[in-house]
Write a protein that binds this ligand. Structure first.
Ligand code: SF4
Length: 290
């Protein structure tokens, strides 16, 4: 998984040995995010039109594959389409051409058929609604006022195949990594954090459950509440919690690789629920979330 190895585990455990359990979880997930997921979308900078379009595709194809693999999707697709630019290349190839490019061996994505259809439709929508420039989704109006995060989320979710998880992930990347300003938090993160919730999905739920942050069978909202709680409690940026996605590639359903996991010492997976029940009750208490 993304280069995580015994050296990384040892280094992380040494670094976090004096931290509380919550601090350790937040710190390690944040470190995983910064080390493997952020580099996969490049350093913080002003985005070009092409980069903004590829960022949308990166977020869309991130499901079911590692961030590392998702980051190469556009480049490999364009090689097969013999185009330098995403939207013109995809639109010109048409839905069938994109499907052939994605599903040719070696296939570019685990969910090749679904992803090839979504790739074509998203590019078409970006062309028609946003003048082939995804930056127009979060562009300021003529008075220099940025759209609210609620509006940006609505626009992203209106694109074909982009759900709640992808939308939250994209908005968090835009604000916390690329420094895009949105209406609610133009003055700083403060009260705007509620707009930057983690993107809960089956992977985050599995990792959060095993780490004892939420009870088994928790709803997505409980994952969001637990993420808010440990972020506020530890002063770690909430953005880092997406590291749970990368960790989930190690923390598999049937055979989690605990031997390489930097969170093994604080993980409750092997413990009885009786031992962690007070913790779960605490995390589940909405009054703690402010
Ligand atoms: S220690 Fe094992 S069960 Fe716990 S989060 Fe890591 S891989 Fe998953």
């Amino acid at each position: 998984m993304s280069g995580m190895d015994r050296f990384y585990k040892t280094a992380m455990q040494e670094f976090t040995k004096d931290m509380s359990r919550e601090e350790t979880i937040a710190f390690v997930l944040n470190d995983i995010f910064l080390r493997w997921m952020v580099p996969s979308v490049g350093p913080r900078r002003d985005m070009s039109r092409e980069e903004s379009n590829r960022l949308i595709l990166f977020a869309m194809v991130s499901r079911g594959i590692t961030a590392e693999r998702a980051s190469t999707f556009c480049e490999l697709l364009l090689l097969r389409l013999e185009s330098d630019y995403l939207i013109p290349g995809v639109v010109k190839a048409g839905q069938d051409g994109v499907a052939r490019a994605v599903t040719s061996k070696p296939i570019l994505h685990r969910f090749a058929n679904t992803i090839s259809k979504s790739t074509y439709l998203v590019c078409k929508e970006l062309e028609e609604r946003y003048d082939s420039d995804a930056r127009n989704i979060w562009k300021r109006d003529d008075n220099g006022v940025p759209p609210t995060s609620v509006e940006i989320k609505r626009r992203i979710r209106d694109l074909h195949g982009l759900g709640l998880k992808t939308t939250n992930f994209l908005l968090r990347l835009l604000v916390l990594h690329y420094g895009i300003q949105v209406g609610e938090n133009a003055e700083g993160y403060g009260g705007g954090l509620h707009c930057l919730d983690v993107a809960p999905d089956a992977l985050m739920l599995r990792v959060f459950t095993r780490l004892g942050l939420v009870p088994a069978g928790a709803e997505p909202q409980q994952v969001i509440e637990a993420a808010r709680y440990i972020s506020r409690r530890t002063d770690q940026p909430a953005v880092g919690l997406e590291g749970g996605w990368e960790l989930a590639h190690l923390c598999t359903v049937t055979s989690p690789g605990c031997g390489l996991c930097p969170l093994e010492q604080v993980c409750t997976y092997q413990e009885s629920w009786a031992d962690v029940a007070p913790l779960i009750q605490q995390y589940g208490d909405a009054s703690l979330l402010g």
